[in-house]
Design a protein around this ligand. Structure first.
Ligand code: ADP
Ligand code: ADP
Length: 232
């Protein structure tokens, strides 16, 4: 029943720093796991291992049923990336493509969808995000909150089994943060399995099924938000 299972993961960066120091954890189907912890504690490194953006030195990882180990297996990483969406702090949209093209690119190229169907899907997703009127614009013409919702729509277009979010609201103006958190709250309510690195305490309290707290590359605590925030 797990979507992610990590066993004794160790990642050492070239200068010898142990960014992941014997991490074992799991994420279960339809769960929202929020990862918190101080800057430099390894949160980003951990979530990036989940779709093969970071290789690791030892330990085992299984994501959506596909195994990864320290011998970086490109084919398995490619399979994982077809089924796992990732949303970054800096949106990472393609600047030279329209919003619609940003969303339809992977369905057309990776999944061989017909253009007309990919576009219908994309419009539907943009409607759900409240930004259908922006479909023909380019990323630079949108606010940060809108761009991040496009990034989420782009991830959803591949109908992923798992969505990863690495500080999705950290680059937004404070008054825009709720636009993205509202969309994430709806996804969680619809049963999407999500791993979210964030400092947004209210989101963690209201939406997380479990909170995982990291420090110095280690998992310090994993608990329900009620327990986690009553200790704080
Ligand atoms: P967090 O996301 O919790 O801020 P990171 O996973 O980004 O933490 O970083 C964990 C540790 O690994 C930090 O000490 C950071 O400086 C170090 N680190 C991150 N990326 C690299 C890299 N590419 N090369 C060397 N050290 C890195
Ligand atoms: P650094 O540049 O800090 O030394 P790495 O060389 O470990 O970091 O990784 C850089 C990127 O290359 C990683 O984010 C990962 O996606 C990819 N990568 C890492 N190890 C391998 C590998 N053995 N084979 C192929 N790609 C790798």
């Amino acid at each position: 029943n797990h979507v992610i299972k990590a066993s004794n993961l160790v990642k050492v960066y070239p200068k010898g720093l142990r960014a992941l120091d014997d991490i074992s954890m799991a994420v279960y189907k339809k769960e929202v796991l929020v990862i918190m912890g101080p800057s430099g504690s390894g949160k980003s490194t951990l979530i990036r291992t989940f779709n093969g953006l970071e290789a690791f030195n030892s330990g085992k990882l299984e994501v959506v049923g596909i195994p990864l180990d320290s011998a970086y297996n490109e084919r398995n990483v490619r399979e994982i990336r077809k089924r796992v969406g990732m949303v970054f702090q800096q949106f990472n949209l393609f600047p030279h493509l329209s919003i619609l093209e940003n969303i339809t690119l992977a369905p057309i190229q990776v999944q061989k969808c017909k253009r007309i169907e990919a576009e219908e899907d994309a419009i539907h997703l943009l409607e759900q995000m409240g930004i259908a009127q922006q479909a023909m614009k380019y990323p630079s013409q949108l606010s940060g909150g809108e761009q991040q919702r496009v990034a989420i729509a782009r991830s959803l277009a591949l109908k992923p089994d798992l969505l990863l979010f690495d500080e999705p609201t950290s680059a937004l103006d404070p008054e825009r943060v709720h636009e993205v958190l509202d969309v994430m709250r709806t996804l969680a309510g619809n049963g999407m399995t999500m791993v979210v690195v964030t400092h947004e305490i209210s989101f963690a309290k209201e939406v997380a099924d479990r909170v995982l707290f990291m420090d110095s590359g280690k998992v310090i605590e994993t608990s329900t938000p009620d327990t986690f925030f009553s200790n704080a």
